[in-house]
Design a protein around this ligand. Structure first.
Ligand code: MSP
Length: 514
């Protein structure tokens, strides 16, 4: 049995109602960077993403295309999986709500809560927004009487339905949120949720009879289970809720549900009520990240500003896009995507700062020392300062990544990259190389540069995994990159003397701006 501390992280499961855009890729990239960091820090990570395939909207789309809903979702879900592969997303499982393993869990949960008396049959009268799959009350509608989220018209519906007694759990959920300041983050979202519950929680309608594309209510199959009850439960399925108690014990409660800000409510109110009804502990954290805006505007088909991540990856590669998204946007806030800004970052931060540092360092090692790493001896004040900076950057990386401070961590690592470039200008290895009496000084400088690059390679791995590995390979380090741990960079001096470095290969070509 592994002694590693478990860490269970999830993204939302995405609707296969259309192709995914760069905003969805943003959400999954954040989760991936956190998962990769946690693995580096020695956690036993379980990282889940997936697809949320039921509901009226999907049924209608499939019908419009003249195919069965499952045929429709199979095709789109394959495109999700392809995108995650191209973006190097390191998820440990991919849950589809149409899978048998999930259907079993949803039906069993329905049975258990029903048996307890917390699900009852009643009549639903309400206003439903089909695109958002959400029910609204009159007073929640916007000023035009439309859906407060998407501002499209809502439909009045009345039908027999099953209800979940959320009202019974409202006080307990509120008390939980108030007693656990870290449960909902950032704090602005937490305050919104507290205000929301204080207005009172209605019981939740969890079944529909007006469409078929869903998981049938086990005892009453003319009803299908309403999407959020089905969707949220996905988090329990792959970690063995029904079939692997040991695994379940290990990973539940989840450490982090990472979600977009508009679905924090479902994760921090409805989901806790369901878990309480099941006598399960609540997730440790629900983090609501901001939205990705394109050139200052929200992405939408009608505006024609939807950015296709696959086309971007084709053009620029996955790592620059990951870098851009994680660096430019502060997690809790909305952030802007622009092609010009992306190209600017590629040219300045990636090609210039990082690419040149690696290229210059390897070239000089080849030219001045035949590619061999010579053992350092003694140190100058400039060397000391560089090493102190390196130690401070590694410490910052370890602490701030734990706090999900992705953007500020990247900036800190890039400050160290600039600092290391400056060290080359300060020490002028080309001048040292001309003077045989300063051979040791040169050896020290080259050593410090290579060691700095070793640390940099590890610290960029959560953000740019392919680039990190390419640097590692060009340095020709003997340790397998996949085995590297945070502890390996907490000490200076991991580059072994006697090593022969590899040939420099360009990491990022500069993009010519037309
Ligand atoms: N299926 C539900 C989630 C169920 S989780 C139990 C859903 N799906 S979604 O496909 O509409 O959205 C999935 C995630 O993508 C959400 O967290 C949402 O915030 C995120 N994003 C969608 N557009 C986005 C941006 N423009 N920017 C950032 N994230 C965005 O909701």
């Amino acid at each position: 049995m592994s002694e590693k501390k478990p860490f269970y992280i999830t993204t939302p499961i995405y609707y296969p109602s259309a192709k995914l855009h760069i905003g969805h890729a943003y959400c999954t990239t954040i989760a991936d960077a956190i998962a990769r960091f946690k693995r580096l820090a020695g956690y036993d990570v379980f990282f889940l993403t997936g697809s949320d395939e039921h509901g009226l909207k999907i049924e209608q789309k499939a019908e419009a295309e003249g195919v069965k809903p499952i045929e429709y979702t199979d095709k789109i879900v394959a495109s999700f999986q392809n995108l995650w592969r191209l973006l190097n997303i390191s998820n440990d499982d991919f849950i589809r709500t149409t899978q048998e393993r999930h259907i079993k869990v949803v039906q069993e949960i329905f049975r258990r809560i029903y048996a307890k008396g917390d699900i009852y049959k009643g009549e639903y009268k309400g206003l439903y927004c089909t695109p958002c799959e959400s029910y609204w009350t009159e007073h929640q509608l916007d000023e035009n009487g439309c859906c407060p989220d998407c501002h499209r018209p809502v439909q009045e519906v009345a039908e027999e339905a099953y209800f979940f007694k959320m009202s019974k759990y409202a006080d307990r959920v509120l008390a939980y949120i108030e007693e656990h300041p870290d449960f909902i983050q950032p704090v602005s979202r937490r305050n919104e949720m507290i205000n929301f519950i204080k207005q009172g929680l209605d019981d939740l309608c969890i079944s529909r009879t007006s469409f078929d594309w869903g998981i049938p209510v086990p005892t009453d199959p003319k009803h299908v289970i309403y999407v959020w009850f089905d969707a949220l439960t996905n988090y329990l399925t792959p970690i063995g809720y029904l079939d692997d108690p040991e695994k379940f014990q290990k990973y539940w409660p989840a450490d982090l549900h990472l979600v977009g800000k508009e679905i924090v409510r479902f994760h921090s109110i409805i989901w806790p009520c369901i878990l309480m009804a099941l006598d399960l502990p609540l997730p440790k954290k629900v983090y609501g990240h901001g939205w990705l805006i394109v050139d200052g505007d929200k992405m939408s088909k009608s505006k024609g500003n939807v950015v296709d991540p696959i086309a971007l990856i084709d053009e620029f590669g996955a790592d620059p896009i990951r870098y851009f998204l994680l660096r430019e946007i502060n997690l809790g806030q909305d952030g802007n995507f622009s092609r010009d800004a992306l190209i600017q970052r590629i040219n300045s931060d990636l090609a210039n700062d990082l690419g040149n540092l690696l290229h210059r360092t390897l070239n000089m090692t080849l030219k001045f020392q035949g590619g061999e790493v010579l053992a350092p001896q003694g140190e100058s004040d400039v060397d000391k300062a560089l090493k102190a900076d390196a130690a401070e950057t590694v410490r910052y990386f370890a602490e701030n990544m734990e706090q999900m401070e992705l953007s500020s961590t990247i900036k800190k690592v890039w400050a160290f990259i600039s600092r290391t470039n400056k060290y080359i200008d300060e020490t002028q290895p080309w001048a040292l190389a001309k003077d045989p009496a300063r051979k040791q000084e040169l050896a020290n400088v080259m050593y410090n540069l290579l060691e700095s690059l070793r640390l940099i390679s590890v610290m960029i791995a959560p953000f740019m995994p392919q680039t990190a590995e390419r640097i590692w390979q060009q340095l020709n380090l003997p340790q397998a990159f996949a085995d590297v741990q945070l502890a390996d960079i907490e000490q200076w001096g991991g580059v072994p003397a006697g090593l022969h470095v590899g040939k420099p290969e360009q990491l990022f070509p500069r993009i010519e701006v037309k």
